[in-house]
Write a protein that binds this ligand. Structure first.
Ligand code: CTP
Ligand code: MG
Length: 180
């Protein structure tokens, strides 16, 4: 596979994992998941992890995955070999992404970092680690077939770049308080 098709293929399979965080920024707010509860004197997750953001983000990721499969039927993808996403994968990719983001907030609070405080590489990769782990555990056969070493490496390299650029856009549009 050429470098170009590896990158396109990596982005294609990760799209349902990339969308949820961005949608959460748009629709988030309201009741926090931890309901304001504290553990050892610190918030468990913080006000940045809400039910609305989490559920909205997951739903958006599922819808995107289903839409991609519709596109797959229409487009001739033989050149770049874009895979179809099994229904279960359209669910595990965005759900794992949101779980990864939530676990990262938990770790940030444990380390005494305030909501929105930067945590380099974790902020940019938490959702990827979450979606890959969750998908790998629930659908190991599909995961092993699609996520070859070169695809995984590509994902790890391009994700922080994509994430930083979309966050910068959200910041410039006043949707996010920090540009990271
Ligand atoms: N958001 C949400 N629910 C989620 C994830 C995100 O409502 N599960 C919304 C919140 O409004 C949040 C914004 O999206 O403030 C940005 O998300 P993120 O950067 O992950 O949260 P932070 O506010 O930076 O908080 P943390 O330090 O816990 O990452
Ligand atoms: Mg943040």
């Amino acid at each position: 596979m050429s470098l170009g098709s590896v990158v396109v293929r990596a982005i294609w399979v990760m799209l349902p994992a990339y969308l949820p965080n961005n949608i959460a920024v748009l629709v988030g707010g309201g009741k926090p998941i931890d309901s304001g509860r504290k553990w050892c004197g610190k918030r468990i997750l913080g006000d940045g992890k809400t039910w609305r953001g989490t559920i909205g983000g997951i739903m958006a990721g599922i819808l995107l995955g289903l839409f991609q499969n519709q596109m797959h039927n229409l487009l001739d993808v033989s050149l770049i070999q874009l895979p179809k996403l099994p229904l279960i994968v359209t669910i595990t990719l965005p759900t794992g992404a949101m779980l990864g983001d939530i676990v990262a907030s938990f770790i940030k609070r444990l380390l005494g970092k305030d909501r929105g405080e930067s945590f380099l590489l974790i902020d940019q990769l938490d959702f990827v680690i979450g979606s890959l782990l969750f998908t790998g555990i629930i659908v190991p056969n599909w995961f092993g077939k699609i996520f070859t070493f070169e695809i995984l490496l590509t994902v790890v390299i391009i994700t922080p770049l994509l994430h930083l650029s979309t966050n910068l856009i959200a910041y410039l549009l006043n949707l996010k308080q920090e540009p990271y």
